[in-house]
Design a protein around this ligand. Structure first.
Ligand code: SAJ
Length: 454
């Protein structure tokens, strides 16, 4: 046992030195919106980086120095071209080169299934492919967002079984969850603090030394479980905050008040920071991370708030459909056969990212009710045609995303294109809309209250 420990210490010392000298060979599994920027940043700092990616067309684009990530990512395309030209980064579909890697980062997708359970096929495949090639003494870092307990119950056993090696003896593990946001990938990577959770103090030290090469912000040392909980909890926290704002919006509608004025005044109270009510919550993180966090309890904790917040937020696109039905009725129209123009299909303003977009359940609900649905989005190629074509002859305009170009629209012009001037505002883009029958999330109508009481 002594010999092994002495051997293990020597391996740690060697790896620590190689990281310090930027001589460690770095492998990155998964070259998506997290893996690609992090591979480029380490290459920029002088490391030799090998990226392993399933999609051949993505590998080809990267090796040609072309950034496969759409949308506006300041600096990323230039950085990729630079490190490819310098020969410090290359991509492949093969796992074989990872046999030489001293450090391997895992950045694969970790979605939840229809029953809100983690779907780890990609993570397990990555561990099974890496294991047989895992270099003795290597550090493996999982950057993907995972349910609490996954490092210990999924990643470690899989790597040990497929490599025949022992964690903390022959190789080292850490969880260092990504904190990226589309549109700010490189910026967040450098400026946002990172939680670094190691399988042992030595693993934590190695991971801290590694991330100090690319992160200018705090690196917070902890263990794997804490790191897994922090990441999922920080996003569950946001989901609950948004759900609170949405529930207050629904109350304001029912009570005949304006949630936007309410929010402004609530937030003048110390320690309050009510978020924005809206047409729903989409994206790659917020809708799934509360379920990953909940999964970590293993059924041993009563979960009421997280599922309730998810239900509130998932209801908002359906509530948008209710507002469309109500506004059309005021115009004397039934939803059946009405033409509804949806403005915004991305999940976030000024982004082309459509993952888990609330516009999908909204469109589905309208079609179920018999409406004819048209979609426009200046950032999503499939819907980026002329806005006038989508709005001409429409009976209702429903705004789902506060894209910058929409905020500059002239409502008078739009009214001239439409068959019926009905507007439903899901993101408080237009506090008033003269000449329209107007509904909005959180915009209660004091007059309606009077009608209901009589
Ligand atoms: N949304 C609301 N009301 C709000 C804020 C957001 O309805 O007040 C909706 C958005 O329209 C969108 C969804 O929620 O559909 C998610 O929006 P988001 O601003 O949270 O954007 P994401 O999904 O890119 O969140 C990421 C997360 N960052 C990481 O996971 C590292 C989140 O924790 C960050 O707070 C967020 O970026 C950010 O603002 O940086």
């Amino acid at each position: 046992m002594e010999a092994t420990t002495a051997g293990a210490d020597a391996l740690v010392a060697t790896l620590s030195h190689k990281i310090e000298e930027r001589q460690a060979l770095l492998g990155v599994i998964g070259l998506g919106y997290v893996g690609l920027p992090v591979a480029c940043r380490f290459a920029q700092e002088g490391f030799q980086v090998i990226g392993v990616e399933l999609k051949e067309e993505r590998v080809a684009a990267i090796n040609a120095g072309r950034c496969p990530i759409e949308g506006d990512e300041p600096g990323l395309a230039e950085l990729l071209a630079e490190v490819i030209a310098a020969g410090r980064f290359r991509a492949t579909t093969a796992y074989a080169p990872l046999a030489q890697a001293d450090v391997v980062l895992i950045n694969v997708e970790t979605p939840v299934d229809a029953h809100h359970r983690p779907h780890y096929a990609a993570l397990e495949a990555a561990c099974r492919s890496l294991g047989p090639r895992l270099r003795r003494g290597a550090l493996v870092v999982v950057e993907s967002t995972i349910a609490p307990g996954t490092m210990d119950r999924v990643v470690r056993p899989l790597l040990e079984e497929t490599s025949g090696q022992r964690v903390n003896q022959d190789f080292h593990l850490a969880a260092c969850p990504e904190r990226v946001m589309p549109g700010k990938l490189l910026h967040n990577l450098r400026t946002m603090s990172r939680v670094v959770g190691g399988s042992s103090p030595q693993a934590t030290e190695l991971a801290l030394k590694l991330y100090r090469c690319i992160v200018a912000a705090d690196l917070d040392a902890t263990d794997c479980l804490t790191a897994e909980i922090v990441k999922t909890a920080e996003n569950a926290y946001r989901d609950v905050q948004i759900a609170f704002a949405n529930e207050v919006a629904l109350i304001c509608e029912a009570a005949g008040a304006d949630v936007w004025r309410v929010r402004e005044l609530v937030n003048k109270s110390p320690g309050r920071a009510m978020l924005l009510p809206g047409a729903g919550v989409g994206g790659h993180c917020i809708p799934k991370d509360p379920w990953l966090l909940a999964h970590g309890a293993g059924g041993r904790a009563p979960l009421r708030l997280l599922p309730a917040a998810r239900a509130v937020n998932d209801f908002m696109p359906l509530h948008m459909a209710e507002l469309v039905v109500e506004a059309l009725a005021e115009a004397g129209l039934r939803i059946e056969g009405a033409r509804v123009a949806i403005l915004g299909y991305a999940y976030l303003e000024n982004s082309d990212d459509v993952r888990n977009t609330p516009s999908e359940p909204f469109a589905e609900r309208l079609r179920e009710l018999g409406a004819e649905v048209r979609i426009h989005d200046p950032y999503v190629r499939a819907y980026a045609g002329p806005l006038e074509e989508v709005l001409r002859g429409a009976d209702c305009l429903a705004l789902m995303v506060r894209h910058e170009p929409y905020l500059r629209l002239d409502l008078g012009t739009i009214k001239g294109w439409m068959r019926t001037p009905v507007l439903v505002d899901g993101r408080n883009a237009w506090p008033s809309a003269p000449g329209f029958i107007h509904r909005g999330i959180g915009r209660g109508d004091p007059r309606a209250l009077g009608r209901k009481e009589t």
